[in-house]
Design a protein around this ligand. Structure first.
Ligand code: HEM
Length: 431
């Protein structure tokens, strides 16, 4: 039944006022009012990104879903590079078109179809399910590290290491090398360990170089051994009509599995715990179920957290291969298009009370994992990690609370991902 106008959420009403400043500090802290303004006033909006590149932002759910599946929008950065070279600002470093960056998220069919089919044979939901006890073990071990202290930074001590160790284990990176990956991953996203200064910018290129050398060596060794049951061995063996991945393709695949599944999962846990701590009624609901040993709410809770404050901000680059129309707006060939998942997932045209966190929400076809042929390959692993992380934290630390006011939280302003720099929490120490 139609609800009275006054009871409708603010975003369902016309959003008036001047165009909000995009990409500043306020936007990094809470982009949702700006997304609401764009959705209502300029749903397909051309803007200049901080990098100087002009791009279209798509913020309505239907337009976003359609654009994610539109194969006239290419994922290959070379398309953009070619189209904008004349303007002298591609914003895409040369390395991103080759080597480790020639991975699923940067290629189109038919190469994408072939590589995705091959990796899907190795990275199966069954393999992920078999990994459940290991994820639980990792989760418990990390909590053991701070449980007796009564305080922690949940990003550095929990959300950051969990997905790195999990995917390293799954890929078959030996335990003694996993801390190197933790450091390289930190350099890639300029995270530092507690007490250290943020890694310098040039660190990204250095980290990529070290990861490449390491993965090439590891793949070479595993190919020689040929018998492992880890994911890299599975990738090497996977074949399709007699066709196999080359060592370079396997390295690019391992790289994207490491990094597509890393910062995203950090942010699922960080944004998710933060949202729960800010919504005591929803937190109490989830805790009450967990205290009874009832985990039924966990699945819808994780989906709702992905919708409400998902990990991916603008990391959905696509490039128009021909002139096309999105939501009635003409987009010229060569232009970059960024699907704003956080805008789409708060669209009142699709979601009831979109600005309300409702862990019991059933009708929730959110776009947090994307849509179409590039739909997140790691969604089963991300869901497993997110569910184990939340359930274990809330069960083992039953009075977990945020140690700072919301306005003191610092968000990473990278635009690619939405996530916290740190999440200080407090709780009664447990032995
Ligand atoms: C693709 C989100 C975790 C591997 C994507 C896309 C999104 C996404 C939105 C599509 C991007 C686009 O269409 O432009 C997430 C979120 C995660 C997560 C929110 C965590 C909460 C993971 C994990 C892995 C992974 C754990 C692997 C270990 C991938 C890969 C692709 C992908 C390989 C590319 C698929 C393709 O192009 O065919 N992810 N992801 N992701 N994700 Fe995830």
């Amino acid at each position: 039944a139609a609800r009275p106008e006054a009871a409708r959420p603010a975003a369902a009403c016309p959003v008036t006022g001047p165009e909000p400043a995009l990409f500043g500090w306020e936007f990094a802290t809470d982009p949702y009012p700006a997304y609401a303004w764009l959705r209502e006033n300029a749903p397909v909006h051309r803007t200049t990104l901080p990098s100087g590149v002009d791009a279209w932002l798509v913020t309505r759910y239907d337009d976003a879903r359609q654009a994610l599946a539109d194969q006239r929008l290419s994922k290959d950065p070379a398309r953009h590079a070619a189209a904008t070279a004349a303007r002298g600002k591609t914003g895409i470093p040369g390395e991103q078109r080759a080597g480790l960056f020639a991975h699923l998220l940067n290629i189109d069919p038919p190469d994408h179809t072939r590589l995705r089919r091959l990796v899907s044979r190795a990275f199966t939901p069954r393999r992920v399910e078999a990994f459940r006890p290991r994820v639980q073990e990792l989760t418990d071990r990390l909590i053991d590290g701070f449980a007796a202290r009564g305080t922690a930074d949940l990003i550095h001590e929990f959300a950051f290491p969990l997905p790195i160790y999990a995917i390293c284990d799954m890929l078959g990176v030996p335990a003694e090398d996993q801390d190197d990956f933790r450091d390289w991953a930190g350099m890639m996203i300029r995270h530092s360990r507690p007490g250290e200064r943020a890694a310098p910018r040039g660190g990204v290129a250095r980290a990529v170089k070290r990861i490449r050398a390491y993965l090439e060596e590891l793949i070479h060794r595993k190919r020689a051994e040929a018998a492992g049951d880890d994911l890299i061995s599975g990738l090497i063996r996977a074949s399709d009509h007699g066709e196999q991945l080359t060592e370079a393709e396997a390295a690019a695949m391992a790289f994207i599995l490491l990094f597509a599944g890393f910062e995203t999962t950090v942010n699922l846990i960080g944004n998710g715990v933060n949202a729960l701590l800010r919504h005591p009624d929803q937190l109490a609901l989830l805790r009450a179920g967990l205290a009874r040993g009832d985990e039924r709410l966990l699945a819808t809770a994780v989906e709702e957290l992905l919708r409400f404050d998902g990990p991916v901000e603008l990391a959905t680059w696509r490039f128009a291969t021909e002139p096309l129309t999105i939501g009635g707006t003409r987009v010229p060939a060569g232009d970059p298009v960024l699907v704003v998942l956080g805008g789409a997932d708060r669209d009142p045209r699709r979601f009831t009370d979109p600005d309300t966190l409702d862990l019991t929400r059933q009708d929730n076809p959110h776009l947090g994992f994307g849509h179409g042929i590039h739909y997140c390959l790691g969604a089963p692993l991300a869901r497993l990690e997110g569910q184990r992380a939340l359930a274990t934290l809330l069960t083992r630390l039953p009075d977990l609370r945020c140690a700072v006011a919301p306005e003191e939280l610092r968000w990473r302003g990278g635009l690619i991902m939405r996530g916290l720099r740190e999440l200080p929490v407090a709780f009664t120490p447990v032995g």
